[in-house]
Design a protein around this ligand. Structure first.
Ligand SMILES: [Zn+2]
Length: 97
């Protein structure tokens, strides 16, 4: 596994910035300023899997209050890390963001 790279110039992307662009909007590379976006099918698979995992964990442990907030924060960081390591960006020539 390699960190997600810009498909135009190969620059390694910032995982925090990636997470902001993961839902619909295209990602803009900070080095070459060209646009790209995630493969929609991969993103849907990852989203479905994390929702299922979250539901299973919640059903088993029944997190409440602060524990739930803590677990959600950890899960979000873990999801961003997984996205950064597994997803690939596809070039977009005409951004609609
Ligand atoms: Zn680039």
């Amino acid at each position: 596994m390699n960190p997600t790279n810009c498909p135009h110039c190969g620059a390694t992307t910032n995982p925090l910035k990636l997470s902001l662009y993961s839902t619909g909007r295209s990602f803009r590379c900070s080095r070459c300023e060209k646009h790209s976006r995630f493969d929609r099918r991969t993103l849907a698979t990852l989203g479905g899997f994390s929702a299922l995992l979250g539901a299973l964990l919640q059903g088993h442990f029944r997190f409440t209050g602060l524990t739930l907030a803590g677990v959600a924060a950890v899960a979000t960081v873990a999801l961003i890390a997984v996205m950064w390591l597994t997803l690939t960006l596809r070039p977009v020539e005409t951004p609609n963001a």
